[in-house]
Design a protein around this ligand. Structure first.
Ligand SMILES: CCCCCCCCCCCCC[C@@H](O)CC(=O)SCCNC(=O)CCNC(=O)[C@H](O)C(C)(C)COP(=O)(O)OP(=O)(O)OC[C@H]1O[C@@H](n2cnc3c(N)ncnc32)[C@H](O)[C@@H]1OP(=O)(O)O
Ligand SMILES: NC(=O)c1ccc[n+]([C@@H]2O[C@H](COP(=O)([O-])OP(=O)(O)OC[C@H]3O[C@@H](n4cnc5c(N)ncnc54)[C@H](O)[C@@H]3O)[C@@H](O)[C@H]2O)c1
Length: 259
């Protein structure tokens, strides 16, 4: 898809920006003119992403640099509050585009899943998106700014997946959270949408047993796994005014898996 500078005035906060889909989203939004605040649990990975953006920015750079890297654990309320404070102090405005990509898996069959594996996945994938969505929406509403919030769910949240009771629950929760936020925030000019990727080639899917990947790929009408850029294409659309009348939607990026 030809890139356009349709995001030239946007400040985009991307969590999970240090890898996979979050890195691809950061690159794509920057290419369309956005200033990117790249956040990750892994500070070094976030900085590597900023370097890919051609930005001079990193936390060591002068405030207001082209792009900047931030470190935060999205599952921690204090860290997320601090993140939004840092971003607004750095760029003198709230992020008008917020893309929550940070996420983990702790896969195990239900009969064997530990409470800790459940708790951690819910904390990062669902509570993390609650905390980021809430903090970003508070900043936008208090400043009277419009915005677009994009939360990365998964097709697993729609159809379930063996070995992922924790992950599927978290991703289904993201859909419900985002739809509710869309209902509440529409009057403030803030759109909220979910993206539901299928199997995408990233470090997250590299942990999946090959036997399982072979099974699933055989079920994909387009016959192959997707790339992070396939998801970034949709995120860029939802971030821009080209999707100005879309909110509360769940957009599947799956190659047709489980259409
Ligand atoms: C018939 C195929 C149906 C496929 C439906 C898929 C629908 C949803 C696709 C999800 C796409 C989005 C994913 C995205 O959100 C990103 C991720 O979440 S990536 C991580 C995805 N995780 C998984 O898919 C879990 C993979 N499974 C495992 O990691 C392990 O199996 C584990 C659960 C840890 C258990 O390991 P263990 O060594 O105890 O067992 P095995 O691996 O030997 O498996 C035993 C048998 O179960 C079959 N199996 C396991 N997982 C799946 C699965 N997800 N779908 C289908 N079948 C699965 C495995 O093939 C073995 O079968 P068999 O007894 O015939 O050898
Ligand atoms: N890869 C896929 O097939 C696929 C499919 C559907 C949905 N998703 C979702 O897309 C998102 C990105 O996944 P990916 O495949 O790029 O994975 P990835 O593992 O490549 O990247 C995830 C990033 O999130 C960061 N992160 C993890 N926990 C964090 C925390 N507590 N705070 C801040 N950052 C944290 C990691 O450091 C990493 O950089 C996830 O939410 C994932 O569930 C992925």
């Amino acid at each position: 898809m030809a890139s356009q500078l349709r995001l030239r005035s946007a400040l985009a906060l991307v969590t999970g920006a240090g890898s996979g889909i979050g890195r691809a989203v950061s690159v794509r939004l920057a290419r369309e003119g956005a200033t990117v605040a790249a956040c990750d649990l892994d500070r070094a990975a976030a900085c590597e992403t900023v370097c890919l953006l051609g930005g001079q920015g990193s936390e060591e750079a002068a405030p207001g640099g082209a792009h900047a890297a931030f470190q935060a654990d999205v599952s921690e309320a204090g860290a997320v509050r601090c993140l939004l404070e840092q971003v607004q102090a750095w760029f003198s405005r709230p992020p008008s585009v917020v893309v929550s990509c940070a996420g983990i898996t702790r896969d195990e069959f239900l009969l064997r899943m530990s409470e800790d594996d459940w708790d951690r996945v819910i904390a990062v994938n669902l509570k993390g998106i609650f905390l980021v969505t809430q903090a970003a929406a508070q900043a936008l509403v208090s400043s009277g700014c419009h915005g677009s919030i994009i939360n990365i769910s998964s097709i697993t949240g729609k159809v379930g997946n063996m070995g992922q009771t924790n992950y599927a629950a978290s991703k289904a929760g993201v859909i419900g959270l985002t739809q509710t936020a869309a209902r509440e925030l529409g009057r403030h000019g803030i759109r909220c949408n979910s993206v539901l990727p299928g199997f995408i080639t990233t470090p997250m899917t590299q942990k999946v047993p090959q036997q399982v990947l072979d099974k699933v790929i055989g079920m994909i009408p387009m016959g192959h796994m997707g790339d992070p850029e396939d998801v970034a294409d949709v995120v860029a659309f939802l971030a821009s005014e080209d999707s100005g009348y879309i909110t509360g939607a769940s957009v599947e990026v799956t190659g047709g898996l489980f259409m």
